[in-house]
Design a protein around this ligand. Sequence first.
Ligand code: OOG
Ligand code: MG
Length: 257
Amino acid sequence: MNLQAIADELYRHQTSAAELEKLTLRYEGLSVEDAYEIQQLCMGKYMNEGQKLVGWKMGLTSKAKQQSVGVDEPIFGHLLDGMELYDPHVSLTGLIHPRVEPELAFIFKHRLEGDKILPRDVWLATECVVPAVEIIDSRYKNFSFTLVDVVADNASSAKFYLAEQAYSPYQIALDQVGVVMRRNGEVEQTGAGAAVLGHPVRSVVEQVRMLSRIGKAVEPGMVVLTGGITEAIYIHDGDRISVSFEGMGEIELTVSQ
Ligand code: OOG
Ligand code: MG
């Protein structure tokens, strides 16, 4: 199977906001390892064009997320500098059927690698924790995919925004942080940090372990998005999305064409 050709195809669809048919309907026998290889080849194209790897994202770390897409294990993807929003405003241009979800992000001062990582290693390596929102946008028709498809498509990543205020990792029990996501003032989703594998620190542990299988690590200065705390909601032109993180402030995201 020509994994590079599949990566090229995904790249074309990602950069032109064009939906595609699931890979698994067209290529028989693609494994999860193949899918991560396709993801790396595809992200390599962006990096060849000058984009920088700024971190990693975990996905499907909460039951709410797993149930909404019908995939029951965590996945990860690359975060590139071109995906980061500098202010909490998202333009729908270049996106297919975007959704937003609340997340907690970790930012690191030390390298983390290997498959024997424990939560205490993560705490020692963490500089700060920041509330975040991720805009996901599956390139597959109807936002419908299998594990293999979504991994190849860089775990549906499109954009992300980190709040301006960072917090000490010791100040707040991250599993206890309550989250309320509203659209135009109406409550859409609620949840708590514990939805993410019991505690968001476990998502970082899992991220490092998964990276060790492909010989990669979390480098100093990198961000890790630990995964949607609630189900993601679709965004439309004119939406005002507010996400409050108990004890950690609020993100107000506006959406336009
Ligand atoms: C896959 C990406 C999941 C998360 O935080 O759970 C994700 C998807 O739902 O399209 O980013
Ligand atoms: Mg996410």
